[in-house]
Design a protein. Structure first.
Length: 244
């Protein structure tokens, strides 16, 4: 596709690292096995963690489906009219006049080599960001150079320049704060979940009634939400130095 020099399509061209496919599967299978074991330790009256195996089986199926759709359906198409990002389920299209900026950003810490390290996002004038699928360091040797070339080629099709606006940058920074607070809130919820598993095992060992749903679902979720809210309020006045 020519499209005046701006037309191009980004899709899966290289296979992802094997760890990207194996790690989620191993984690989910282990969780399924452990949950099944806990569910069979009840009193034989149908109580206990009976809902665990079906839920984790569903999560495993959804994870496999998401990875497959991400690899074979998702893509980003660029034309003289704008950008279309087709994700695993949803497709979004922006005219060039709706695009504020296109930026290559480092992936959140902790993703390791089991995920792309550099991702490309489209920002609109409301400060919202959207992932541009397969425009990353897995599929491209140099995402920065590709995005720079893309922005240069798109310039004639825009009625606006690529200059940054303080009001949009402020909204973008607010989004950075929310995402970072949410990420650390999730980490806190996971830590509480591990602690609650230990507490539930201890209660069973000493003969006390266990409450798996309360301890391993309600408490971690509530803790994660509360932690994220506190961090969001704190970082609203002290913006994070780096974008997650």
């Amino acid at each position: 596709m020519d499209e005046g020099g701006v037309g191009r399509e980004y899709r899966r061209r290289r296979r992802p690292p094997l760890a990207y496919l194996l790690l989620p599967g191993l984690l989910m299978v282990n969780a399924f096995i452990q949950t099944s074991r806990v569910s069979h330790d009840g009193d034989g009256d149908g109580s206990g963690f009976w809902w665990g195996p079906p839920v984790f089986a569903l999560l495993m199926a959804l994870t496999i489906a998401r990875i497959a759709l991400e690899q074979f359906r998702a893509r980003t198409r660029v034309t003289a009219a704008g950008i279309t990002a087709r994700g695993p389920l949803r497709t979004r299209t922006w005219a060039w006049s709706e695009v504020y900026d296109i930026r290559v950003e480092q992936a959140p810490r902790g993703s390791g080599r089991a995920a792309p390290q550099w991702l490309t996002y489209l920002y609109d004038f409301e400060g919202r960001r959207f992932l541009l699928w397969h425009l990353n360091d897995w599929q491209l040797d140099d995402p920065y150079a590709e995005v720079a070339e893309l922005c240069l080629a798109a310039a004639p099709h825009r009625s606006l320049t690529w200059e940054r606006r303080p009001d949009v940058e402020e909204r973008i920074q607010r989004g950075v704060t929310r995402r970072r607070a949410g990420t650390w809130g999730a980490y806190g919820g996971i830590a509480v979940f591990v602690l609650m598993v230990a507490v539930d095992i201890w209660r069973v060992a000493v003969g006390r009634p266990d409450h798996p749903f309360l301890l391993m679902v309600c408490v971690p979720v509530a803790s994660g939400v509360a932690f994220a809210a506190v961090l969001d309020r704190y970082w609203s006045t002290r913006p994070p130095a780096r974008q997650p």
